[in-house]
Structure formats: structure tokens, C-alpha cells
Design a protein around this ligand. Structure first.
Ligand code: NBP
Length: 484
């Protein structure tokens, strides 16, 4: 049999898979394509992949036979059971040192499990976040690979060639062991939820409080996109504001205000609770989508529950819009600081070493949260790779201080006028909590000890847990198991 020509196999010819195959082909790699429904391989070769070097496979056996060694097989199938099923089917055809790559949106705990199981069999496993949607996959996604460290040298050239570039550098680097790549992709998606919610709150304030029309708001977003807020999401928001339906009316106003979600924001919030990290902004962004989904209840409540009776909004429009911009920027700094706190804590818990500057670079281009701002984050970690919190970097500290008065004005005004700004508000509350040397948790500890003998520490003897008989009729025994 002739020498195999395939550099990599790709299983899953839906939107992401097809576009990644074509992207790899553009960069000179020979891709062997396969799909569960085999007829789609023929269709792909006869249409989108016509005239390329892409090789179609009729079966998994045929696909593996066409690969150079060590064999690289990438899955772009529906996350969950489909990935486990394909791994099981692939195993009999692969040998030690071969590499399976999962490029889908898998849960990082699944990737941890799969990585350990395959390494135990002598195979290498990579779980890679892929961001940027259809266009990203075709012309340059952000790629976040993690897993068996020995796999990196075998996938690096393909991954870094097809990835988006930012200032000439690929938006792809090795993230860390096991499910680290999928974890970082999950946090990316959580941050995406937060960024979107912040933009929605700005829109709500401009529309319902300031009274701007869509053309005016499009102009505002256009202006913001030339500032520190320069980003893909602000850019598409400007275009959405301008977009008119076939009847000449704005499409946005016709769209039902109930947000959907596929779960990655929720997983980020769950992880933050699991690891005890206050990632409050992403949490609020997820809850805001949940609240939006209660549309029928909201419509009903809107006829019964009254808001404040405030006089007409009297602020100078230009000044207030600039305040909204600064509030958005400050809240965004807090959101990213929280996201990096979560990654730092998880890495510590799981024994991963993560390159935070590299992560900022991976998000700098190609993905949905790409922005100028991520360049500043990269610089902060370049200056100090051990930076404990983004808020303590000199650049971000100065920026938050600069935005602070405007931020407080926007949150205060929104509260007075009854416009919900959960993400702006929680970011500010976090900021104020984080910069407080003393919080009221002393009272909380006293309450816990009062009703449940949970013990507390005194300021001058940390580490020594004591219980007080607060009522005079309780015992002196303290609780070791019950926690409320
Ligand atoms: P889908 O998530 O819609 O998956 C389609 C592929 O999965 C097809 O090849 C399909 O085979 C296969 N598949 C399904 Br569905 N169930 C299967 C099963 N039980 N066993 C084996 N194969 C099965 O495609 P996609 O939108 O291209 O996404 C691929 C992955 O990339 C997903 O994990 C997704 O979350 C992730 N992702 C998507 C985007 C995006 O913008 N769409 C962005 C980033 C990441 P069939 O043809 O035989 O039905």
C-alpha cells in the first residue's frame, strides 16, 4: 500500500468541522475527512471541498489507514456521549503515541476523565477550546489546547498555522494539562456572557432612560469602538442597531426579549461556586438570561408592580452617555479580573500551571470576546506573570480610579429610575467589597456560632477556633460537621 498522506483526520462535518478542514487545507495540510453519516463525506467532497487536497474516508478503518504516524484524529462532534462513542470506536484502530483531539465544547471534567483514561492506554489526548464560530473556524479561530503535554509538539504547527493572528502572533498556545484547554474555553464563554450583558444594560439605559433612538445608539457604539472598548461585540452591536428588516423597520425591536443559553456560562458560574471564587458578574449575566426567559410572568408583573416616581431624566445626555461608557469599561475590568481569579484558583486546586498572559493572547484575536482590552491584560501578565489580581496591576488600577465616579453615578441613577443593571451593580459591589479591609463577616461568624456552635476566630489569634455560649443555656460543645 502507498505511504499514507494524511497529516490529520477530522471527524464531524457540520459547520465547525467543515470550516476547520478547509482552513487546514489552505495552510497546506492534507486532511482526511469523516462523518458519522458517511454520505455527508461525499457531499462535502463534491461541494465545499471540491478542488482541495481533502481526502474522504468511507469508514474509521479507512480513515486511520490514510494517516501518517503518530496519527492525529480531531473530533468536531456534538459534545457529550458522541465524543465517548467515537473514542471507543477509534481505540481498536489506533496505537500507542497516537493522538485524539476533541475540538468541541466539552465539559472540562469530561476532558480530565478522557485524558487520564487514554494516557493510561498509552495514547495522547488533547481537549481544545475552539472559538470564533463559523468564520473563525474557516479563517482563523482562537484555539485553546490542553491535555497530554507530549501531544503539543505534534499538533503545534497545524494549530498555530490555522489560528487567528494578533500582531503576527498566533492566538493559540498550550494552555495546560488535562481539561485545562476546555476549562479556559468555558471561562472565555462565561466572560462572553458578561460582556454581552454589560452591552445590553448600556443599551437599556440609553434607550429607556436617555431616550436615544437606534440610529443615535449606533453612533454611540461606533464611537465607543474607537476607544478602549474597541471589540468585536461592540462592533456587531453597532451593526445590529442599524439593521433594518425587509419592511424598512428596525429588526431589533421585533425580536422577543427572552435570551437562550447553551450552558457554558452556567458551567462557569457553577465552577465559581465549586471553587469558592466570587465570579459575580458572570453569575448575574446567567441569571439575567433566566429572568428574561420568564417573559409571561414579567408581562403580568409589569401591570401590577410599581417602580419609582422619579422626575423626568434631567442629565446632560452627552455626559451621561460617557458615564455609561466608563461604567461599562470599569465593570468589564472587574469581570475579567474575576474570570482570571477563577482560573488561578482552579489551577491551584487541580495542580495545573496556567500561562495567563498566553491565555489573554489566545483571546486577543479570533474569538467572540476579542478586543483591544485583551492586549492590556496580556501586558499586565507580561509585566508580572504572578500578578495576583488584575485590579492590582497599575494600568487597570488607574483605569478603575478614572472610571469610578461615572460608574457610581450610572449605578445610582439606574437604581433611582428603576432600570435594572445587575452586571454594572454587582461589579461595583465586588469592587467595594474587594477593597474593604474589614467586611461585616464578623457578625456572620457570630450568628453562625450563636445558632449552630460553628465557632469563630478572634482577630488577634487566627487559626484558633472558639465557641461562645451566647445564650447562657447552650452547651460548650462546638459543631464539626454541620454547616449552614
Ligand atoms: P454539532 O454540534 O451540530 O454536531 C454535529 C456533528 O456531530 C455531526 O458530525 C454529527 O454527525 C455528529 N453527531 C451528533 Br449531532 N450526534 C452524534 C452521535 N451520537 N455520535 C456521533 N456523532 C454525532 O456541530 P457544530 O456546530 O459544527 O459543532 C461541533 C462542536 O464544536 C460541538 O461540540 C460544538 O459545541 C462546538 N462548537 C461549535 C461552535 C459553533 O459556532 N457552532 C463554536 C465553537 C465550538 P451526523 O452528521 O451523522 O449527524
Amino acid at each position: 500500500m502507498a505511504e499514507p498522506k494524511g497529516d490529520i483526520a477530522l471527524i464531524g462535518l457540520a459547520v465547525m468541522g467543515q470550516n476547520l478542514v478547509l482552513n487546514m487545507n489552505d495552510h497546506g495540510f492534507t486532511v482526511v475527512a469523516f462523518n458519522r453519516t458517511v454520505a455527508k463525506v461525499e457531499q462535502f467532497l463534491a461541494n465545499e471541498a471540491k478542488g482541495t487536497k481533502v481526502i474522504g474516508a468511507k469508514s474509521l478503518e479507512d480513515m486511520v489507514a490514510q494517516l501518517k504516524k503518530p496519527r492525529r484524529v480531531m473530533l468536531l462532534v456534538k459534545a457529550g456521549q458522541a465524543v465517548d462513542d467515537f473514542i471507543d470506536k477509534l481505540l481498536p484502530h489506533l496505537e500507542k503515541g497516537d493522538i485524539i483531539i476533541d475540538g468541541g465544547n466539552s465539559e472540562y471534567s469530561d476532558t480530565n476523565r478522557r485524558c487520564k483514561a487514554l494516557e493510561a492506554k498509552g495514547l495522547l489526548y488533547v481537549g481544545s477550546g475552539v472559538s470564533g464560530g463559523e468564520d473563525g473556524a474557516r479563517y482563523g479561530p482562537s484555539l485553546m489546547p490542553g491535555g497530554s503535554p507530549a501531544a503539543w509538539s505534534h499538533v503545534k504547527s497545524i494549530f498555530q498555522s490555522i489560528a487567528a493572528k494578533s500582531d503576527g502572533e498566533p492566538c493559540c498556545d498550550w494552555v495546560g494539562p488535562e481539561g485545562a484547554g476546555h476549562f479556559v474555553k468555558m471561562v472565555h464563554n462565561g466572560i462572553e456572557y458578561g460582556d454581552m450583558q454589560l452591552i445590553c444594560e448600556s443599551y437599556h439605559l440609553m434607550k429607556d432612560l436617555v431616550g436615544l433612538n437606534q440610529d443615535e445608539m449606533a453612533e454611540v457604539f461606533e464611537d465607543w469602538n474607537k476607544t478602549e472598548l474597541d471589540s468585536f461585540l461592540i462592533e456587531i452591536t453597532r451593526d445590529i442597531m442599524k439593521f433594518k428588516d425587509t419592511d424598512g423597520k428596525y429588526l431589533l425591536e421585533k425580536i422577543r426579549d427572552t435570551a437562550g443559553q447553551k450552558g457554558t456560562g452556567k458551567w462557569t458560574a457553577i465552577s465559581s461556586l465549586e471553587y469558592g471564587v466570587p465570579v459575580t458578574l458572570i453569575g448575574e449575566a446567567v441569571f439575567s438570561r433566566c429572568l428574561s426567559a420568564l417573559q409571561a410572568e414579567r408581562v403580568q408583573a409589569s401591570t401590577q408592580l410599581k417602580g419609582p416616581n422619579e422626575p423626568k431624566f434631567g442629565w446632560d445626555k452627552k455626559t451621561f452617555i460617557n458615564n455609561i461608557k466608563l461604567a461599562l469599561y470599569a465593570s468589564k475590568i472587574v469581570s475579567y479580573a474575576q474570570g482570571f481569579m477563577l482560573m488561578r484558583e482552579t489551577a491551584k486546586e487541580l495542580g495545573w500551571k496556567l500561562n495567563f498572559g498566553g491565555i489573554a493572547l489566545m483571546w486577543r484575536g479570533g474569538c467572540i470576546i476579542r478586543s483591544r482590552f485583551l492586549g492590556n491584560i496580556k501586558q499586565a501578565f507580561d509585566k508580572n506573570p504572578d500578578l495576583s489580581n488584575l485590579l492590582l496591576d497599575n494600568f487597570f488600577k488607574d483605569e478603575i480610579h478614572r472610571c469610578q465616579a461615572a460608574w457610581r453615578n450610572v449605578v445610582g441613577t439606574a437604581v433611582m429610575y428603576g432600570i435594572p443593571t445587575p452586571a454594572f451593580s454587582t461589579a461595583l459591589a465586588f469592587y467595594d467589597g474587594y477593597r474593604s479591609a474589614r467586611l461585616p463577616a464578623n457578625l456572620l461568624q457570630a450568628q453562625r456560632d450563636y445558632f449552630g456552635a460553628h465557632t469563630y476566630e478572634l482577630l488577634d489569634s487566627p487559626g484558633k477556633f472558639i465557641h461562645t455560649n451566647w445564650t447562657g443555656h447552650g452547651g460548650t460543645v462546638s459543631s464539626t460537621t454541620y454547616s449552614a
